[in-house]
Design a protein around this ligand. Structure first.
Ligand SMILES: *Cc1c(COP(=O)(O)O)cnc(C)c1O
Length: 422
């Protein structure tokens, strides 16, 4: 028995399903046991049995400079020596806030939290508090963490497991959640017409990554902005994936549309548990202690996470990083496109995030994504693994390009895909 299988057997007795986040179980791609990983370096991970893989999961997005980046590791070690948490303000928090405000066009003030779930949940509460309205409009296939109100048609994790929603979410918690198809302006306009007066926010992944990568259709994000302006709802961009990835300033920079509030996580945390939400000062100032909308966190802005995030965000000031990410993303896209040519498959990419759909495409919303051949994707996953390439164990996810990925890693990946689709 492999060490991974052995560990999994033990894990299942001690941890529900053997994992601390459902998609890690790798069941949907037909694996008996998930890989237990013990080490990462650059673009590679190594499992407990000593196998090395080119890693396109990158912890689901955060690692824009690859695993165990020397500068990040040094900063975290350095910070740890000085104390791992105080629950009091620190200079690094101010520095990190300044870095985020400088990078993200619509953010004037920002608050740090510990996970994307917490950030999205808090941004929604703030939008509701600021507008004194309850309803929220979200999109099928967009994931915003696992807060009750947002677990309706929530993409990846649930889609992978075929769960439409979750038991334990009271009907009341999603009663004010309206779900529309992504990229469908008419549906959103009709919903705003119907619920506009009570609508607190439109919440969207501007470049969804949780139904696989689906680019926003030209004019879609602009239409959301206009509908919010007309109805008084706040526009919230969940840029937990797209932030610092599709551009330094995220999708709002790349597509030139400014939301009222922005949710950040993944890259923004530099590979440690840190996320954030921010926006116009006038809205953000309604948070306690200055305002009445309550939100708090014992480990928020903790020294290790802010140290890592500062290193990463400062390095992202260099435009050469994004030139490299774009070039690598384009090379990966072109290679995979050629590999799947003639097959019922397509490749969709925005910057440093891409998905190979086992669907002829184009995939423009969750209904199209859900029609992908997930059996075929499972076969693809297993074939990749066999060739030393580790991709997301779910069709409804992305390949995350980092600066650690180079020609050799792209070539190996493209060659493996070409073998399977030949
Ligand atoms: C990952 C993700 C979240 C949740 O972040 P966690 O840190 O896993 O809680 C929220 N929104 C989007 C778009 C995400 O991809």
């Amino acid at each position: 028995m492999s060490r991974s299988a052995e560990l999994y057997r033990r894990a299942r007795q001690l941890i529900p399903g053997g994992v601390n986040s459902p998609v890690r179980a790798m069941r949907s791609v037909g694996l008996e046991a998930p890989l237990f990983l013990r080490r990462g370096e650059g673009a590679y991970v190594e499992d407990e049995d000593g196998n090395r893989y080119v890693d396109w999961v990158m912890s689901w997005g955060p690692l824009v400079f690859g695993h165990a980046d020397a500068e990040v590791v040094a900063a975290v070690q350095d910070a740890a020596v000085g104390g791992t948490t105080f629950g009091a303000p620190t200079e690094r928090e101010v520095e990190l806030a300044a870095e985020i405000v400088d990078a993200v066009p619509s953010i004037e003030q920002v608050r740090l939290v510990s996970s994307g779930t917490e950030a999205a949940m808090s941004a929604l509460r703030l939008a509701r508090g600021a507008t004194r309205r309850d309803r929220v409009l979200k999109f099928a296939g967009c994931y915003h963490g696992h807060a009750d109100a947002l677990l309706a048609s929530a993409g990846s994790g649930l889609a992978t497991l075929g769960i439409p929603s979750s038991p334990g979410v009271p009907t009341g918690a999603t009663a004010d959640t309206v779900v529309c198809p992504f990229n469908d302006v008419d549906a959103v306009a009709a919903a705003v017409e119907r619920y506009g007066e009570g609508l607190a926010a439109i919440l969207v992944e501007p470049v969804p990554g949780n139904m696989g990568v689906v680019p926003p259709a030209p004019g879609f994000l602009e239409a959301l902005r206009a509908l919010c302006d007309a109805s008084g709802a706040l526009l919230i961009f969940d840029e937990v994936i797209s932030g610092f990835r599709v551009a330094r300033g995220g999708a709002q920079e790349r597509f030139g549309v400014r939301p009222d509030l922005t949710v950040l996580g993944k890259i923004a945390g530099g590979g440690l548990p840190l996320a954030a939400f921010g926006g116009r000062a006038e809205v953000m100032e309604q948070l306690a202690p200055g305002g009445a909308v309550y939100q708090a966190g014992t480990l928020s802005g903790n020294p290790l996470a802010t140290a890592a995030a500062l290193v990463v965000l400062r390095r992202l000031r260099d435009p050469a990083v994004y030139e490299r990410l774009e070039a690598s993303g384009a090379a990966l896209e072109a290679g995979l496109r050629e590999a799947v040519a003639g097959a019922p498959a397509c490749v969709q990419r925005v910057g440093a995030m891409a998905t190979l759909f086992c669907h002829p495409g184009p995939v423009r919303d969750f209904d199209t994504a859900a029609a992908a051949d997930t059996e075929r994707y499972g076969a693809l996953f297993r074939h990749f693994l066999d060739r030393g390439v580790y991709v997301a164990p779910s069709q409804f996810e992305a390949l995350f390009v980092s600066t650690a990925h180079g020609e050799a890693e792209i070539e190996r990946t493209v060659a493996a895909a070409a073998e399977l689709f030949a």
